[in-house]
Design a protein around this ligand. Sequence first.
Ligand code: HEM
Ligand code: HEM
Length: 284
Amino acid sequence: MANGQGGAMHESILIYRRFRYLKLALFGIAVAAVAYGFHSPLGEPNGGTWLGYTLGGVSAFLILWLMWFGIRKRRYGPGKVRLESWLSAHVYLGLALIIVATLHTGFQLGYNVHSLAYVLMMLVILSGAFGVYAYIRYPRAMTANRRGDSLREMMLQIADLDRQCRDMAMNLADEINKAVFEAGRSTRIGGGILRQLSGSDPACASAAALEKVQGLAAAAGGEDAARCRRLVALLSRKCELLRRARKDVQLQTLMQFWLYLHVPLSFALLAALSAHVFAVFYYW
Ligand code: HEM
Ligand code: HEM
């Protein structure tokens, strides 16, 4: 899924079989909420009443089942219809946990391992929700930004423009020549994760060169003025391409980075949940 398929398929996850899994999730939530409403335990509602144990069991089962998806999805290969069904169920039943697990806790949260499991679960759900948003929103944004070019093609065009800029700068003042050479040498696309996610580079050497040439062009006269104007046009095109290439990297990273939170956080949740269940039975 994370390999950038079309947006249409990802939207179909949400409406799969006329919202079958949304309806199932809403039904489950309604049953849990009604039971919680009618439930009148001796003390405060909490995870230790019969309803508490039931909702806790259901939540834990759902979490294990949602994690199973990681194994399941690798089994199918191209049989995407079944995979869509799984993912649709994953999304809606995962979201249902927000209510079901909260009712299990009886709203008794504090600084302990029980609440750690709860917070981790919420973070997994939040990252998952971002993932669905990314799968729906970003493939389209990527297509619009690429305008028919691939990232590789954009890179080739940038390299070509860079060559033209250097040729043009050769006959201009040393200061311009140096700035254009520097722009070719140290302009970067991507870099560390934060740089990739930002989709820009405030210290871009090409943008600096463009600014410098624009400044010096005003003072140039005759032949040099015309060369400077052409150089400004080339550098502007290069900067525009760089902007698009960085945006492409940003979108690709956004499509993938959430999974690097979703999956490890799921395992952390599993560990905290095991500690929670162990603790409640051990101190029973
Ligand atoms: C097999 C599944 C589960 C069982 C048997 C279980 C059992 C319990 C019990 C007995 C309590 C009451 C503890 C007390 O009052 O001291 C409790 C509370 C709680 N449970 Fe669970 N639970 C399960 C699953 C979950 C899940 C999936 C979550 C969330 C991810 C969760 C989060 C909590 C929280 C936050 C509390 C409140 C702790 C407090 O009172 O400070 N539990 N659980
Ligand atoms: C506690 C709840 C959840 C757990 C434990 C969980 C766990 C997982 C796991 C283990 C995977 C497989 C990832 C892989 O191996 O590549 C996965 C995939 C996914 N999860 Fe969740 N998830 C939960 C809730 C959610 C929610 C609520 C959403 C959306 C609102 C969601 C959206 C997704 C998506 C879109 C994928 C597919 C990623 C892909 O195949 O590219 N998850 N989840």
